[in-house]
Design a protein around this ligand. Structure first.
Ligand code: CA
Length: 230
């Protein structure tokens, strides 16, 4: 699954340069131009990492960072702070801003991309991984093969992406909207009922050779993997 990067930068030209570079790296990119937008986007778009400019109109990057750390949903969201050379560098380094890393302007886009990659590798090892496993289920992301108790499971492309998303974050509950966004994409119009149809297919396929149902329906919230089934 492509990592999703939220770029928070008020200078549009700079934001576009960064968008281009991260897309070239195989990332999905969302943009926000001020702190308020950033906080909304972090909640709605569920990015895997935020690139956060310190100097923003309105709420500063530092405040955004603290606000993200203070919310249950985003408290572990990796943040790479962007600062101008000068005293802020010391503040980012010295104070506990809550950021995972920082780069100092001016920087080359490739430098930032490399930093982001490093933070992502630490925070979500599965992004660079070829195999995911959960209990007796193993996904090979290279060959798109899925095994359960070493027997092949046959999944359609949508079910494969659903299972991959769940297995990348086995502790998380995904709402239908989040699944639509991550698996089908924002721009495609699909009804949320469609999610249920594909979850049903995924369940059926995973039970092809028996075994417990590993998809948990969380009433009023969505779906998650069921660690207790394992
Ligand atoms: Ca700025």
């Amino acid at each position: 699954m492509k990592p999703k990067i939220l770029i928070v930068e008020d200078e549009e030209a700079q934001a576009e340069v960064l968008r281009y570079n991260f897309e070239q790296e195989g990332c999905d990119v969302a943009l926000a131009y001020d702190g308020e937008e950033a906080l909304m986007a972090a909640e709605e778009q569920q990015p895997d990492l935020v690139v956060l400019d310190w100097m923003l109109p309105g709420i500063s990057g530092l405040r955004v960072c603290q606000a993200l750390r203070g919310r249950q949903e985003t408290k572990d969201l990796p943040i790479v702070m962007v600062t101008a050379r000068g005293e802020e560098t010391d503040r980012v380094r010295g104070l506990d801003s809550g950021a995972d890393d920082y780069v100092v302007k001016p920087f080359s886009p490739s430098e930032l991309v490399a930093r982001v990659r490093a933070v992502l590798r630490r925070s979500r090892p599965s992004l660079g991984q070829e195999h995911l496993s959960f209990g007796d289920i193993v996904m090979d992301l290279g060959t798109h093969r899925v095994l359960r108790e070493e027997k092949p499971i046959h999944l359609g492309p949508t079910e494969f992406r659903l299972l991959q998303l769940f297995m990348e974050r086995p502790d998380r509950v995904f709402s239908r909207e989040q699944l639509l966004d991550r698996v089908w994409g924002r721009d495609i119009h699909v009804e949320s009922r469609t999610v249920d149809v594909h979850i049903r297919r995924l369940r059926k396929a995973l039970g092809e050779h028996g075994g417990d149902d590993v998809i948990r329906t969380v009433r009023g919230a969505g779906y998650a993997l069921d660690a207790q089934a394992m």
